[in-house]
Structures are given as C-alpha cells and as structure tokens.
Design a protein. Sequence first.
Length: 261
Amino acid sequence: MSVSSPSGGSERSESAEAQRAKADRQLDKTPAKISGMFDAIAGRYDLLNTVLSGGLDRYWRRRAIATLQLTGSERLLDVCTGTADVAIGAARGGAARIVGVDFSGVMLVHGLEKIRHAALGPRVNLVRGDAMSLPVASASVDAATIAFGIRNVQQPDVACRELHRVLRPGGRLAILEFGLPVIPAVRPLYLWYFNHVLPRIGRAVSKHDAAYTYLPESVGTFQFGDAFARILSDAGFSQVRHKPLALGIVYLYTGQKPSGT
C-alpha cells in the first residue's frame, strides 16, 4: 500500500509499524470480546499452550520470573494472569504475596483450582479486572509481570502506564509476548505454521472457531521488539531491554521504575 505525499511528490510505502497499527485497530479487542473468547477456551487453555509451544511456555515463564531477582519479601502483580501459571511460578520462585488480575472470569476459576491444588491460597489472590485500569493502589507492588497478554489489551500503552503507576520506585517489570523469528530464512516457515497449522490444531482441541484464528492475527499486528520497548520507555520505565527467545518467536521485555518517581 502506498500514499501520495502532500506536495504531490513520489509515493512512499507505509512503514511496517503503521501497517500493524492500522490492522490492530481493525481487530476487536474490547474487553467483553476478549474475555468472552478466553472464557470459551479456558478449559483447554493450559493443554493448548503446552502442545502448541512444545512445552517451551513453561521455560519462558521461568525465564521471566528469574529476571525479577525475587528475594522472598516481594509483593508481585501478575496482569492478564489467565489460569495463574505465572502467579504460581512466582510464588514458588520467591514472591511473598501475589495478586493476579484478569478480565476472564472462567480463566480465573481454573486458576483458583490450580492455586488450591498447589496449597498456595494464603499467598496468591486472583481478582477480576482490566489491565487498562488496574484495581491496585499506586506504588504498592515490588514487581509486575504479563505473560502473553499485552497484545490482547485494547490500548497497550495505557496498560504500560498503569504498570508503572502501581510499581514502587525501583520495582521490576517482566513481560513475555510473541514476536516473529529474527532469522529471515526461518520466518516464512514459522508464519506458515502459525497461520495455517496452529489455528487448525487450536480449533480441533478447543472447539472454538475464532480464538485460534485471532491468535496469529493479534501477533501479526503487535508492535514487538524495538517498537514495544519504546512504548515501555514512553510509559516511564528505565533500563528497558528486550531479548528474543526461541529465535524471536517470543520476546522477553524487562524494565524498572526509576527510583524517586
């Protein structure tokens, strides 16, 4: 797609970021739409994560939690907690208290069952809420995480500012999200799998037609890598870094709320 310059000069191609932003606006990411979709697949969500990632999803979560350098006294907020895998992992990894927030009620029900089974009820609390308006007091948590949820938020920049608000000065942030392979030769094969094979497996297991069509669409429009790192910096985070995992299929973003803010 190309556009003419205001002066009538030569045409120029839209940037990849502009194209992703335009496509993102066309995806329906209203909280009611997204929560309804995740409610529908909640019963098979954990199984599908393991199958579709080849079990790497567990390793990615452990990597994210490790970057927080938990000491055993922290209060941690896990946004878009889903079935509470990160919340449970953080409890086992050293956080003293964990609050998980998600707007899918059915996902939270499954998360509560896992928390009870792990005997972590006294330390992990799940709350229904929106990432763009977190039900958490300002400067009240020491660490925050999101695993594979920020791309589903209607306005990721607003959610990032909310994360900055609730963290105490010096608090650490870790976010996992899908990206695209950094090796050009690998990217076409991955995109073929992601756009054609993955949705078929997802639909067959989850019995939900739309959810695993939405997944590649949402990943394809998400501003990953440098673009999302800039969003975190603009939200007020310092020491922002992004590391590709599994050749760039997933990115791990880290940052810190500066002391004195």
